[in-house]
Design a protein around this ligand. Structure first.
Ligand SMILES: NC(=O)c1ccc[n+]([C@@H]2O[C@H](COP(=O)([O-])OP(=O)(O)OC[C@H]3O[C@@H](n4cnc5c(N)ncnc54)[C@H](OP(=O)(O)O)[C@@H]3O)[C@@H](O)[C@H]2O)c1
Length: 214
């Protein structure tokens, strides 16, 4: 498959590129900072310069992919405004590009329990923006998967997860989130599904396959 990843230099994305390319896929990573291009190339992805907030139509940059992944985000240091311009509107622009380019498959990296208000004012804006992006994707007509991880860590991957529509709060290494995203792209049981994701005791391929049961 040809796969375009928005947020190509994100920490999850940097784990995802080698998983996908070693499985034989071709990966384009959308990045806004040209200085990140070399790192992407080393990870096996082809960099495409694209600023998700400052470009109105990103379809030419997304290209003719078979699937897209939204792995971008304004990040913890950003103010409330960028939760809307990046976390919601960036995701919406990627949906528009899919429709324009005839791409059906969209995997979203969201977050656990974005419908439950919590945290400070800026974090609450983040939750609302993510919730609106997820709702738009569910209603988009695209073949979506919405992956909602708990708190992200930089621990080594375990390959073992808990994955269900609603889970107690927990955490998970970014590398395991990347492995789940890669598995979703391979396994059609994940199409049309939204799930919480934390570290657990089920091998990733089994956990994703089980999405087809319910
Ligand atoms: N932190 C948590 O505990 C947690 C928990 C659950 C879910 N999440 C979600 O998971 C997502 C991915 O996590 P992560 O750790 O991989 O994120 P990350 O390392 O912060 O990556 C986000 C990427 O988005 C890019 N980006 C920001 N603004 C952009 C723009 N205007 N145009 C293009 N790219 C832009 C950043 O590029 P630059 O390097 O150029 O800034 C960065 O590479 C987060 O964004 C968050 O929504 C996080």
């Amino acid at each position: 498959m040809n796969i375009t990843i928005a947020g190509g230099h994100g920490q999850i994305a940097m784990h995802l590129h080698p998983i996908l390319t070693s499985a034989g896929h071709k990966v384009n990573g959308l990045i806004r900072n040209p200085d990140h291009a070399e790192e992407l190339e080393k990870a096996g992805a082809s960099p495409v310069i694209c600023d998700l907030e400052n470009e109105s139509d990103i379809s030419a940059k997304v290209g003719k992919a078979d699937a897209v992944v939204f792995a971008a985000g304004a990040g913890p240091g950003s103010g409330a405004k960028r939760k809307w311009t990046m976390d919601r509107d960036g995701a919406l622009k990627l949906m528009e590009a899919c429709k324009k380019n005839g791409i059906h498959r969209y995997v979203m990296i969201s977050a656990m329990k974005v419908e439950e208000p919590r945290g400070n004012e800026v974090f609450q804006e983040y939750l609302k923006a993510k919730s609106e992006a997820d709702a738009a994707l569910r209603n988009s007509g695209l073949d979506f998967t919405i992956v909602r991880p708990g708190r992200l860590t930089d621990e080594a991957p375990t390959g073992l997860v808990s994955l269900a529509y609603d889970l107690p709060r927990g955490e998970i290494p970014r590398a395991d989130v990347a492995a789940v995203v890669a598995e979703c792209l391979e396994n059609s049981a994940s199409i049309g599904k939204q799930f919480d994701l934390t570290s657990g005791s089920t091998p990733i391929n089994e956990a994703v396959s089980a999405l087809g049961d319910g």
